[in-house]
Design a protein around this ligand. Structure first.
Ligand code: NAI
Ligand code: AKB
Length: 374
């Protein structure tokens, strides 16, 4: 990999240099091997700055056609301008996404193509969303290992080489059965039992290593299960909490694949995407860590259904447990301790369970009425 070759050459030179020769320390040397016209230093502060047309990050989002990427692009385009945010994926975009702003094909396993995109578009911030999620990952371990681990290595090298600010999401799935589950703090035992979780712990550690070793401006949030109305989940354990709304509105029935008492941390998408932008804009000196838990609420399928039944008392709920997903849910946090995010950069969620249910029903109800009318 080109950057690794360059890095090891620089490292070798630094190691070979005699003491007292006045050479730069390794971290400095590595940073200067890359040149980015709009390089953002790790101490740059964007917290309360509003960006003018000429002074703004140039953003690339990988894996942008999944549950979260399109919403993230919308938020970032509002803040930085439509043409400064490029959405990318290996899938074909639907019409509305294709016409809403720049979209390009990018396979994160293709290092040269990634580098070309970053260079040609003078990218300064990268949001790395490509991944195979927990349930899909267990069904295809080799592909999950390749996308989630090899892909991440490409991203880290490109980001270090070109001085990018890099956001990589982690997950509640980065914890396992031997982690404290109620609540789960930022720093504790992490021995996940899924390839997804293992790859995310790897991403957290590699990102932090590149930060300390090479000065990479790496930022990472551990997301809970994310609930959204206008995008579908990509094959995770928390997907039931999105599907229940669609099925309730469409058929008045829902078959849940987790036990009624499976408690997991969850968050509405608007909170998740706002947190992502906030941590990217936080002054570097406010970040005492580079990987933070974020939390909003925590509920079981039974509690979610009860809240939903306040508005749809006729909902019929049945259970047909998926043993793979259930085993994963049983090993994940029940509650997330996000006190460090709240203390360091002022994280605060807006949506609790009642607001979440109301917002989802409003959105999907309007959509259904519009579809029926047309
Ligand atoms: N949605 C959720 O509840 C949570 C998501 N996250 C993380 O947030 C990120 C985004 O999640 P979602 O949008 O839900 O995922 P998703 O599964 O819906 O979308 C992932 C995207 O990655 C793309 N992709 C797969 N292989 C690729 C490759 N070789 N090159 C480029 N793109 C490729 C897929 O085409 C897909 O559009 C992921 O890293 C995920 O781990 C973390 C915790 C919770
Ligand atoms: C919580 C996640 O990371 C994701 N939604 C999954 O269930 O795999």
């Amino acid at each position: 990999m080109p950057v690794i070759r360059s890095l090891s050459k620089v490292a070798k030179q630094a190691l070979l240099s005699p003491p007292g020769c006045g050479c730069q320390p390794l971290t400095m040397a590595v940073r200067t091997i890359s040149f980015s016209p709009r390089q953002i230093t790790s101490d740059a502060s964007f917290h309360s700055v509003s960006f003018s047309e000429t002074d703004h990050p140039k953003v690339l989002i990988t894996g942008g056609l999944g549950q979260l990427g399109v919403g993230l692009a919308k938020l970032l385009r509002k803040r930085f301008g439509k043409n400064n945010v490029i959405l990318s994926d290996i899938r074909k975009p639907p019409n509305n996404v294709f016409h809403s702003g720049p979209f390009i094909y990018s396979d994160i396993l293709d290092y040269k193509n990634l580098r070309e995109i970053v260079v040609n578009n003078r990218i300064t911030w990268l949001f790395h969303y490509s991944a195979l999620l927990s349930a899909v990952g267990e069904a295809n371990v080799a592909l999950a290992r390749s996308v989630n681990i090899t892909g991440l290595h490409n991203i880290l090298d490109i980001a270090a080489e070109h001085g990018l600010r890099l956001f990589v999401p982690s997950t509640i799935g980065a914890f396992g059965p031997s982690s404290p589950r109620n609540p789960t703090p930022d720093l504790c035992v992490q021995r996940p039992r899924t390839i997804y979780g293992v790859s995310k712990v790897h991403a957290e550690l590699m990102g932090e290593y590149y930060h300390h070793r090479y000065g990479l401006d790496f930022r990472c949030l551990r997301y809970p299960g994310i609930i959204s109305a206008d995008s579908t989940p990509g094959g995770g354990t928390t997907d039931y909490a999105v599907q229940i709304f669609h099925d309730a509105i469409k058929s008045g029935k829902f078959e849940c694949n987790l036990r009624p008492d499976s408690r997991l941390p969850m968050m509405y998408i608007d909170d998740c995407l706002r947190a992502t932008l906030e941590v990217m804009e936080a002054p570097a000196e406010s970040l005492s860590m580079r990987t933070y838990n974020i939390n909003a609420m925590s509920f079981t399928p039974e509690e979610l259904a009860q809240e939903l039944m306040k508005q749809m008392p006729e909902l019929e709920l049945t259970y047909n447990i998926d043993p793979v997903r259930q085993a994963i849910a049983d090993s994940w946090p029940m509650n997330f301790d996000d006190s460090n995010a709240r203390k360091d950069w002022g994280w605060k969620h807006d949506y609790d369970l009642p607001e979440l249910v109301q917002t989802m029903l409003n959105y999907l109800g309007v959509e259904t009425r519009m579809a029926q009318a047309s």
